[in-house]
Write a protein that binds this ligand. Structure first.
Ligand code: HEC
Ligand code: HEC
Length: 203
């Protein structure tokens, strides 16, 4: 496991055990547990974990629901004591009210794109592909929270790469309309799109 992720998980174990019986729903309080992996204010410090601060409330609810109902698999994260957890387990430990409260919390945060190095020429090619095939849903390069989807512009390269690979091998399902577009992409197209998102959406 990645070293930073391991350090964060050690920090989680130092917290009181995850309580499914939170009385009175405090989004901030729940988020403190999420931030152990997703970073302060949902800005991740681990390139394998997505930033989520600044996603819309609906996007967070929808993404958590997707894990909860098993539409999306959780990538296993091994805790230092050898037990595994993942986003499916985490989302299932939350009530509807807790999900709404934590989603409202992250929607109040600001999205800060991660500054990462990228290949400008490739990112420019990616921008054209994105405009033709992806921008209808992930508008302005995947930078608009009001689209109610996970933001793509400035997300961690390593995390995005893993999602692309999961879409490729069918480990993560897609909505039919995205699948129809995604299946037309060559490997070179995907590499260009990845570069475009890593550029922050404006190479
Ligand atoms: C043990 C680490 C860990 C904890 C704690 C955690 N997450 Fe996650 N989360 C992940 C990882 C890793 C992913 C990437 C998807 C995957 O691998 O399953 C993820 C993905 C997500 C996504 C999808 C983001 C996207 O771009 O698609 C959302 C939303 C999310 N988490 C919200 C939360 C919330 C809210 C909490 C607290 C209730 C939380 N997470 C707690 C590790 C964690
Ligand atoms: C018809 C609308 C639509 C189109 C077109 C579309 N997407 Fe999506 N995309 C979605 C939806 C909905 C999700 C969320 C799926 C889920 O809940 O797991 C998503 C999720 C994603 C994610 C995962 C983000 C994350 O962190 O969870 C990536 C990456 C992505 N899309 C890339 C693309 C690319 C590249 C294209 C163009 C080839 C594209 N999408 C076209 C609707 C669309």
């Amino acid at each position: 496991m990645d070293r930073t992720l391991r350090t964060m998980l050690m920090a989680i174990l130092a917290l009181p055990p995850w309580s499914p019986h939170v009385h009175g729903v405090d989004g901030q309080l729940i988020a403190e547990q999420c931030d152990q992996c997703h970073g302060p204010s949902g800005r991740s410090e681990d390139s394998q974990v997505p930033s989520i601060g600044g996603f819309s409330e609906y996007a967070i609810i929808d993404l958590l629901e997707s894990f909860r109902i098993g539409f999306r698999q959780g990538r296993p994260v091994t805790l230092p004591d050898g037990t595994d957890t993942d986003m499916v387990e985490i989302s299932r430990a939350l009530s509807d009210e807790e999900i709404e409260a934590v989603a409202a919390h992250y929607a109040r945060e600001t999205w800060h794109p991660h500054k990462q190095s990228f290949d400008t020429a490739l990112a420019k090619r990616g921008a054209e592909i994105h405009l033709g095939k992806c921008d209808k849903c992930h508008s302005a390069g995947g930078s608009v929270a009001d689209d109610d989807l996970a933001l793509l512009a400035g997300q961690w390269r390593e995390y995005l790469k893993m999602e692309f690979e999961d879409f490729d091998r069918g480990a993560r399902r897609m909505v039919d309309k995205m699948k129809a577009k995604f299946e037309t992409l060559s490997d070179a197209d995907k590499a260009a799109l990845l570069e475009f998102y890593v550029s922050g959406g404006s190479p």
